[in-house]
Design a protein around this ligand. Structure first.
Ligand code: SME
Length: 164
């Protein structure tokens, strides 16, 4: 496959995410493998926007433990308990969490000291059960807004639309 990842850093967010969803759907057509989809979505988002860290934490013990999955960027922490940090909060509450300044989020887990802001989106399967969270970190303060939430939630809606 000779798919090139577009540089969308200077493209309005709604259009950028629309373009990424198109790429992602085209690449994943006929695919029913969550790991392949996680790797593809993480790579597309990471390189299109030039983020610091972009990837998935999978639910390995429901209600209790997340473990790192496919990602791009610097080394990620391996395990995160539900309720801990931004990822664990998003998982426990099954909702998107946007942190404009990580230094102001009590309990933020530092995997890379350069991280300044973060968004974590829950990933649900067809039954509505939480299977992972999608975490994106930026070196810039306040990098994520409602349009990122919408765009990322739409990208991970792939997992609820497949048969697995
Ligand atoms: N900062 C996250 C931990 C994961 S890493 O940033 C890759 C958190 O507080 O949950």
């Amino acid at each position: 496959m000779a798919e090139t990842i577009p540089d969308l850093r200077n493209v309005p967010k709604a259009r950028a995410y629309g373009e990424l969803k198109g790429h992602s759907d085209a690449i994943l057509e006929g695919v029913d493998d969550n790991v392949a989809a996680m790797a593809t979505i993480a790579t597309l988002v990471h390189h299109a926007f030039g983020h610091l860290w972009t990837g998935f934490y999978r639910v390995v013990v429901p209600g209790k433990l997340l473990r790192v999955g496919p990602y791009q960027g610097s080394l990620g922490c391996l395990d995160i308990a539900f309720g801990r940090g931004v990822c664990g909060t998003a998982a426990a509450e099954k909702r998107t969490v946007i942190v404009p300044d990580v230094e102001k989020f009590p309990g933020h887990i530092t995997c890379d000291a350069r991280s300044r802001s973060e968004i974590v989106v829950p990933v649900l399967d067809r039954q509505g059960d939480l299977i992972a969270v999608f975490d994106v970190d930026s070196e810039r303060v306040d990098a994520f807004r409602a349009e990122d939430q919408q765009g990322l939630e739409r990208l991970v809606s792939w997992f609820a639309a497949t048969k697995q």
